[in-house]
Design a binder for this molecule. Structure first.
Ligand SMILES: [Zn+2]
Ligand SMILES: [Zn+2]
Length: 321
């Protein structure tokens, strides 16, 4: 993947801290009213990546169990039967097939139950899936798409996205950084500014809050660029799903480490190890580049990370809120 230049910082106001207790994985049959399901864990280009022959990509071609869809979350609200997506990835069709039975379905309505999509930014892994709501695909009155003013402007003014807006295949809803969107009393989604390569849009992460709080930051420049310390954000969340694009600098031989905008997983672990010592399993890495050694389930990097109390996100992981 290419590089980024960061210049925006986040100003985040978190009003209340959640009750913090031991964390675990929500279960399908469990009592959780709200469940977040991990529908993909890869960086924008997916795994295997087009034309790449690194160990992870070769392994993924040999064994479908080693291939991964692009990072995406599904939110299931059992109280209302509604489901939501965070990001519309190039794997949207398959990801919607997994999320769809979790919501309340109306016969003959392919999008019934999908109450909204929250977009993080305009890089390929995060919004390309919107095309599947257009004329060549679903082609009906489609879901609400929540995005920042700049992202909305990009979608409204550029083909092919503007056609989706014009034909009402998607309906854009403007969100504002640090302003909670109440999906119903007791369930909110709040965008937070993420400093990240700004090309066609700005970038946000999200806080999803039911009885528990989940922080999702799939794409960011280094933590030093944030106004509010990532330590504090993680402390105030029951689950934090963080940018794990690159594990360490060895992954990119010959590259100056300061030219890599993403926080390295090794660096994030150093910052956050005190939190997982108290609450093992609360910090989970996601959005892995194809080169990331954490993708090897038997690799020493993953074993060392898990020994410290961190987790590696996997498709199908469920987190109860
Ligand atoms: Zn990305
Ligand atoms: Zn990005």
């Amino acid at each position: 993947m290419r590089e980024c230049i960061s210049f925006l910082c986040a100003a985040v106001v978190l009003i209340s801290a959640c009750a913090i207790g031991p964390v675990g994985e929500g279960s399908r049959s469990g009592p959780d009213e709200i469940t977040v399901i991990i529908l993909g864990v890869a960086q924008d280009a997916g795994i295997p990546q087009t034309g790449d022959d690194c160990d992870n990509c070769v392994a993924a071609r040999d064994d479908p169990g080693r291939s991964h869809r692009v990072a995406c979350l599904g939110i299931v609200d059992r109280l209302t039967g509604k489901t939501y997506l965070i990001d519309a990835t190039p794997d949207l069709s398959a990801q919607w097939d997994i999320l769809r039975p979790e919501g309340t379905l109306t016969p003959g309505q392919p999008l019934s139950g999908l109450a909204g999509i929250f977009l993080t930014h305009a890089h390929i892994g995060h919004y390309l899936g919107l095309v599947y709501f257009g004329r060549e695909a679903v082609g009906r009155v489609g879901p609400r798409v929540h995005a920042t003013a700049r992202m909305n402007q990009f979608l409204s003014e550029n083909a092919p996205w503007e056609q989706l807006v014009r034909l009402k295949n998607i309906s854009l809803v403007e969100i504002r950084v640090n302003e909670a969107v109440e999906l119903r009393p007791g369930l909110t989604v709040t965008p937070i500014r993420s400093p990240h390569r700004q090309e066609y849009s700005d970038t946000v992460g999200y806080i999803v809050e039911g009885k528990k709080r989940l922080l999702y930051i799939p794409d960011t420049d280094r933590w030093e660029e944030w106004d509010l310390p990532i330590e504090q954000l993680c402390q105030e969340a029951d689950y934090a799903l963080l940018d794990g694009t690159f594990y360490d600098a060895n992954e990119l031989p010959g590259r100056d480490i300061s030219s890599i905008p993403h926080p390295l997983v090794t660096e994030s672990m150093r910052r956050l190890e005190g939190i997982v010592r108290k609450r093992p399993g609360s910090i989970i890495f996601i959005h892995f580049n194809h080169s990331n050694p954490l993708l090897d389930p038997d690799g020493p990097e993953r074993a060392a990370l898990e020994r410290k109390g961190f987790r590696v996100a996997h498709e199908g992981m469920r987190l109860g809120l």
